[in-house]
Structure formats: C-alpha cells, structure tokens
Write a protein that binds this ligand. Structure first.
Ligand code: MD3
Ligand code: FE
Length: 216
C-alpha cells in the first residue's frame, strides 16, 4: 500500500493561500538560495547597495539595489523606475538567469502563465531595518503579479488591505519562502516589521528580499 498523502507532501510545494491572489510557497527557493546569494553579490559588485532617500528626505533603513531592464528608485523627486542606476550612471546589471527562472516557476505555480519580469528590486535588511506600510503602484500593469523571495534571517511581514487603515495580517517569512502577489491583492498595503538580530548560516546578520516585477 502506498501513502499518497505522504507522497504529496514530499513532491508538492507547501502552498498557503493567505488571501485571494496571495500564495505563500514555503521553502520554494531554499535549494537555489546559495546560487541566488552569489548572484546578489555579483549584482551588488556592479550596482552597490545604497540607502535611498524618500521624497520626504529620510534615508530608507533597508539598503537596495536592482537588476533587470528597469530599476526602482526613490529620491527627493519621488518614486519611479529608471533604466540606469543613478549611482553609477550605467544601466542596471542584467537579471541573472537563475533569478528569472525562479520568478517564472513561482508565478506558474500560482497560476500566472506568462510572467516576464523586467525589474528585480533587491532589499537588504540588517537588524533594526524595517519597511512601513505602503502600496506598490509605480508599475504600469496591475494585472501582472509581484513575486517576492526571502533569504536569510526571518521577518514578520504585514499584509494589509486596500486602505492604509485596514488592520494588517502578520505573516512570518523565512529563508527560501516565496510569495506570489497577484489579482486583487496586488494593490494592498504591505510592509515588514523591524528585523531582529540573528545569525543565519548563509547570510549572517542579513535578510535579503527579491521582488520581481513587470515595471513597463
Ligand atoms: C503585497 N518589500 O520592495 S516583499 C517592496 O520584504 C516590499 O522587502 C518587502 O514591499 C520586503 O516593495 C515585502 C512582499 C511583497 C512585495 C510586493 C507586494 C508583498 C506585496 C505588492 C502588493 C502586495
Ligand atoms: Fe512593496
């Protein structure tokens, strides 16, 4: 006799649907993590992590860089996508093959057939860094999902509603977790609580988050 229940648990990714259009794939990127982290270092050697300035004049506590055709930036003039890194004056580094493959696999797993991201924002959190509730609305096409990949130290994600005043749900995100955000939740408020100190075997005192987007 075979135990189908156990077979399923080992062959299917563990998926948690936290809202219509929001699917958590636990550990989906765990195997690829060492390759992804090496690719992050490669990107950052060409477009270094920096603390961007908000339009209000505050430095963001998460350090950021980007890869792909377009990169997200913020400065005193506002939030936008640009084809060149303002720090280097050069085009953003190309999106690593393994990044693109993973983003497409995750989107497919969540039911998005032809996700072709042209931008990947890389956030680096050190202990004390956070990201307040905000919406991602600088992209052109809201029918395209966002795929997010968490690497390194765990954090508590805040998943709000379409209004800032909607009480956010708290979802812990750990190393290798991938979330696909599409459909109605694509416009929801979201953020992360302050990163707590820790020591991860692959990233030390950091958490990295990759967000894949179709900006243009
Ligand atoms: C839900 N990053 O870069 S990823 C961001 O952990 C950002 O670094 C957070 O929010 C981080 O903009 C959260 C998860 C995420 C990303 C985009 C979303 C959740 C989302 C867009 C819509 C709804
Ligand atoms: Fe966001």
């Amino acid at each position: 006799m075979t135990f189908d229940l156990f077979d399923n648990e080992t062959t299917e990714p563990a998926r948690e649907v936290i809202a219509e259009g929001a699917v958590v794939l636990r550990g989906f990127a765990a195997e690829a993590a060492p390759v992804l982290l090496a690719a992050i270092d490669e990107v950052a050697s060409r477009s270094p992590f920096r603390h961007m300035e908000t339009p209000g004049g505050h430095a963001m506590s998460a350090a950021m860089t980007c890869c792909g055709e377009m990169g997200w930036i913020t400065d005193r003039r506002g939030y936008r996508y640009e084809a060149r890194d303002p720090v280097t004056g050069q085009p953003w580094p190309a999106m690593p093959e393994r990044f693109l493959a993973l983003a497409k696999e995750a989107a497919l797993e969540a039911g998005f057939e032809d996700f072709v991201p042209d931008a990947c924002l890389i956030n680096r959190y050190r202990p004390g860094a956070k990201m307040g509730l905000h919406q991602d609305r600088d992209e052109q096409d809201f029918s395209q999902p966002i795929v997010s990949v968490s690497l390194g130290l765990p954090i508590v994600f805040q998943f709000g509603g379409p209004r800032r005043s909607d009480r956010p749900l708290r979802v812990p995100l750990g190393h290798g977790d991938v979330v696909v955000w599409g459909g109605p939740v694509r416009r929801n408020y979201h953020g992360v609580l302050t990163l707590k100190a820790g020591d991860h075997p692959l990233t030390g005192n950091c958490r990295y988050n990759l967000t894949f987007r179709k900006a243009g």
